[in-house]
Design a protein around this ligand. Sequence first.
Ligand SMILES: [Zn+2]
Length: 460
Amino acid sequence: MRPLLQCAFTPPSLEPNFSLKTMNISPEQRDHAHNLLDFIDASPSPWHAVASLERRLEKHGYAPLAESEAWTLEPGGKYYAVRGGSSLIAFRVGHDSPAECGFRIVGAHTDSPGLRLKPKAPHAAEGMLRLGVEVYGGPILATFTDRDLSLAGRVHLRAESGLAARLLRFEQPLLRLPNLAIHMNRTVNEEGLKLNKQTELPLLLAGLEEAIEPKDAFLNLLAERAGCAPGDLLSFELNVYDTQPGSFWGPRGEFVADGQIDNLSSCHAGLAGLLETEAGGHTAVAAFFDHEEVGSESHKGADGSFLGDVLERIAHAAGLEPPAYKQALARSFLVSADAAHAHHPNFPQAYEPLHAVKVNGGPAVKINANQRYATDGLAEARFLALCEQAGVPCQTYVHRTDLGCGSTIGPLTSARLGLSTVDCGCPMWAMHSARESAGVLDQSWFAAVLKVFFAAETLP
Ligand SMILES: [Zn+2]
């Protein structure tokens, strides 16, 4: 059980006119945050994230569909499809035709930036077995130093029927990237920690005896974990993750810290929205994509065909001809859910001062004139109205004009399918750090808005 710091909280003696901000966190909001941290901790790679989503969907009666098979869909039916093991689209078929009601879609991403093992990762270096890594997306590399790292992902094995995919996770700290001592890196505090990605990122795994081949030692370790013979291990896709579980912090436990809050928190909120609402006239869709952090251009990414393929098949099952499918898309709305940059009081110069968003101030709608976010005026107004209906505060985020703005799945999906889209998400600190932070209240507020989105008979 995670310690709830609020239980042990003793108010410090403060100036008479000063009080800590009142932060009323209900038991339901606390439970929601616990549930989020459990979800993240069970999902140390995008393949595990999809397995976590599947477990929760199946508990709620969602049936798996194979893309390689014909689909028979019933009105009110609940289904999901997985592509490539790390992207998943779940949907609940509406009672009315999509041509009349459109699709209501929440999109989020299952991947997080970090380090991935190279295929020929193990090598010897001065009596140590090191693992070579590639940098996946844009992590803050320095945050991976001195942490209790381990490996999680997917392996492919030789099997009687051909090939078998298996999830693989080492629970214990297995690897480390120790810092160089300050005595050899005297300017680290003035210049920041700079790591050469090729030579200074390999992770230390073990001491190595000279007679032992690094590749054999590592494959034996993997095979033992996968429960197969080393010779049957054909490939591995392994993510480096931080084994420290999620925690609450702050005098009232009003903040959470964990890896991968960007963007498993949005997957969690989107799934809660879908699972905690009932079928209505419209078809509800929750789409979780891999590869957002590397641009989404892949067969299972948001810029691939996955969402369009699934929507087309739902439309086909409803008997829609191609023009009616286009009609359905024109009546649809996408909530592209991805974390937002919260204001950091130590770095006020990094923010657009009139659009700074606060942790525990409510979800933020993200706007960018250059379409790095897909939100337009209608989508913004609609999201504000949804927040109002949910009784949730809403904030507006705009990036500084003199800084390049990041992007997300919203603009790509919106452009590919012609969907009206809002980009939005919960404020968080330290995006792309190995250990990110966010607010407890924002998490359940965001889920509440997505519930209203999926439950409302008509959209504002
Ligand atoms: Zn993200």
